[in-house]
Design a protein around this ligand. Structure first.
Ligand SMILES: Nc1ncnc2c1ncn2[C@@H]1O[C@H](COP(=O)(O)OP(=O)(O)OP(=O)(O)O)[C@@H](O)[C@H]1O
Ligand SMILES: [Mg+2]
Length: 426
């Protein structure tokens, strides 16, 4: 999550941020560079002129009613279609926010497992009803409020099989909570980087499936009536359901794309160190293609099994992009950086194609990067050619990299203070 501007509204119903003041608070999980003015008109004023505008749901529609099936290509709802929960409801659903129920801790709050009735979404006893994920924001965080508001405005109105479903929210005095569909397998970050012996390493095929799902989610955002720039694409924001279908979560930083023939939006620089596009960090100019760069970084993480940024790696290897970029264009060098845990599961051609795609996404000129639609098409081709894996020779090795030139690191002012990209446990 992470939105940069807009002052807290006093309205009890979340509204689109209007005239707003700059919030100087810097969330602990993100970098944020002050000084650039933010185009606040892009913070969530989604167009209602979408062809699907007539397809709004009643706000109390049963959560089990799947609109993903009715609208496989996704849709923009005219108004957020969300259930409003009381704080007492969510206290019951999480057994008073019991620590046993914690699913994870992010930059702005803690995510709990909870139970609600499948039809009415009323809280119910653990073990009965439907499992949901409930994010409880740290009450003192003003930045968290902005993120919460952006999440409700964007995610509450966007519906697509590859975007996590926001079911409702609670705004009770100082308490801000968000209620999401539960994603059984957690985040891609957990699978790629947490060396948990009980979690099987993701196979090559599953990595492709996840990449395709996440790419479809981004493609939907970029091609929707009003382009939406996601701005916070990273492994921890890609959640996986029981079948490893990928869904993008956390729209706290999302912005509407440029209008009036502009190529970019000028905004305060915020994001996660290691994933943000260089032009955005340097100028505050945010392009739709800035998301494509972030996607390239995640692809690189999937190919290598290494974090975008890890200060525990030796000098010259801490920034994954800088370190491995020269290896992506050489078939011979590519072998050295591929994750040993998927060795034998892909053809050299498939790996090389994936590396070429990664390189294109990481292009320094945003215009040179492919669209997410093109990315989806290439990934689907790679998936098709990877259909018959060679005999698996999976190794559980962590030290599988060698032969790289040390490269300079980006400026430390963009470092995350904690979290995934730094390789530090939250
Ligand atoms: N809908 C969900 N279903 C299951 N687990 C979830 C869900 N949402 C979040 N989680 C878990 O909670 C963790 C924390 O999520 P959160 O979005 O707060 O932080 P983050 O993505 O790690 O960091 P950031 O604050 O930068 O977004 C996730 O990594 C994931 O493991
Ligand atoms: Mg997140």
């Amino acid at each position: 999550m992470g939105n940069c501007c807009g002052s807290p509204s006093t309205e009890p119903t979340p509204s689109l941020p209007g005239t707003s003041t700059q919030v100087n608070e810097v969330p602990s999980s993100k970098f944020s560079v002050s000084g650039t003015s933010d185009n606040t008109s892009n913070d969530g004023g989604l167009s209602i002129t979408s062809s699907s505008a007539g397809n709004s749901r009643l706000s109390a529609a049963p959560a089990s009613e799947s609109h993903d099936e009715a609208f496989p290509e996704g849709q923009i709802l005219p108004t957020p279609n969300l259930k409003i929960f009381s704080f007492a409801d969510l206290k019951t659903a999480t057994r008073n926010f019991k620590s046993d129920n914690v699913l994870g801790i992010g930059g702005f709050g803690t995510v709990f497992k909870g139970s609600v009735d499948e039809k009415t979404l009323a809280p119910c006893k653990a073990g009965t009803g439907m499992v949901v994920a409930i994010k409880k924001l740290n009450p003192e965080s003003l930045q968290g409020f902005q993120e919460w508001q952006s999440e409700v405005n964007f995610l509450g109105r966007l519906s697509h099989p590859n975007l996590v479903k926001l079911l409702g929210y609670c705004w009770d005095d100082k308490e801000l909570l968000l209620v999401y569909e539960f994603m059984q397998k957690g985040s891609l970050e957990n699978h790629l980087f947490r060396r948990n012996p009980s979690i099987e390493p993701l196979s090559w095929q599953l990595r492709l499936k996840i990449a395709i799902g996440a790419a479809r989610g981004l493609a939907f955002l970029h091609t929707s009536d009003k382009q939406v720039i996601y701005r916070d694409f990273k492994a921890s924001n890609i959640l996986l359901d029981g079948d490893y279908n990928a869904k993008i979560s956390d729209f706290g930083l999302a912005k509407l794309g440029p209008s009036g023939g502009e190529s970019h939006v000028t905004t305060r620089v915020m994001g996660t160190y290691g994933y943000a596009a260089p032009e955005y960090i340097a100028t505050g100019h945010l392009y739709v293609k800035s998301d494509v760069y972030g996607f390239g970084v995640v692809l690189l993480e999937m190919l290598t099994g290494l974090r975008a940024l890890d200060t525990k790696r030796p000098n010259g290897q801490q920034s994954l992009v800088d370190w491995t970029r020269p290896s992506l264009s050489s078939k011979r060098k590519l072998k050295n950086i591929m994750d040993a845990r998927v060795e034998g599961q892909y053809s050299p051609k498939a790996a090389f194609e994936a590396a070429q795609l990664t390189l294109k996404c990481l292009g320094s000129d945003p215009k040179s990067r492919p669209s997410m639609k093109e990315v989806v098409e290439v990934l689907e081709k790679i998936e098709a050619m990877s259909g018959k894996p060679k005999e698996s020779r999976t190794k559980h090795s962590t030290a599988h990299h060698h032969g790289h030139q040390p490269l300079p690191l980006p400026s430390p002012r963009h470092q995350r203070h904690h979290g995934t990209a730094m390789g530090v446990q939250k």
